[in-house]
Design a protein around this ligand. Sequence first.
Ligand SMILES: Nc1ncnc2c1ncn2[C@@H]1O[C@H](COP(=O)(O)OP(=O)(O)OP(=O)(O)O)[C@@H](O)[C@H]1O
Ligand SMILES: [Mg+2]
Length: 233
Amino acid sequence: MFTLTPCLGFITRFERFRWRRSVERERQLRRGRIEISQTIHDTTAQTAYLFGLGIHKARKLAGESDDELAATLDATLTLTKSAMWEMRGPIDAGHIVEGRELGRVLWSHCATFKRIAGVPAELSLSGLEPPMSTDTRNRLFSVAHNALTNAFLHARPTRVDVRLSFEAESVSLSVSDDGVGLPDDYAQRGRGFIGMKADAEHVDGKLIVESLRGCNGTTVTCVVPYSTHSGGC
Ligand SMILES: Nc1ncnc2c1ncn2[C@@H]1O[C@H](COP(=O)(O)OP(=O)(O)OP(=O)(O)O)[C@@H](O)[C@H]1O
Ligand SMILES: [Mg+2]
């Protein structure tokens, strides 16, 4: 009994030390992610925006004078827009890490998509957003960003609809475009769907992919239950 008491005290102090160290490590990681997001926003993203303006102006000056020059400038402008959009992933994920609600971040993400891609992206929200962990909000955001990127790069859509529904037991996020639909071998073409599935499964959720060829578009849905580790911060 006499030898057990100091041992128990030591274990308690050690556990408390470990817990404090992991909280501090988590805080440092968050700070690092927010700094990266701000740095990208203030440097590379601004430069890409200026590239875009320059190419847009050059395209106007080129007019119809030279088909090859016009095609090169059009392709370069599309690439610049794609780079600008890709950068919005880490930039807006920074807002998630800062603690902003998923609905709010997705709302501005859709507005930015519309500005960069020139395709309307509307967010519809249903239900009230409950407290969800940073990891859950982050994984759902990542799925939305990847699905929007795919719509921009591959679908040739006229519009994209993003739905976020907070239901009784789970949160459901879907991104639908009215574009060309998925090719049969879509799963072998890249790593985007693998990443979205991994994001969903990481928080005990599932990814559902629906698509019909011939301008019926694609819908990517991610459903995540409010499990014990997705509640709170
Ligand atoms: N919304 C969409 N509409 C039409 N085709 C799509 C759509 N989303 C994906 N695809 C097709 O499915 C393929 C696989 O998509 P996926 O996101 O896995 O990879 P990727 O976009 O090619 O590359 P990355 O690994 O950089 O995401 C794409 O190459 C494209 O052919
Ligand atoms: Mg992709």
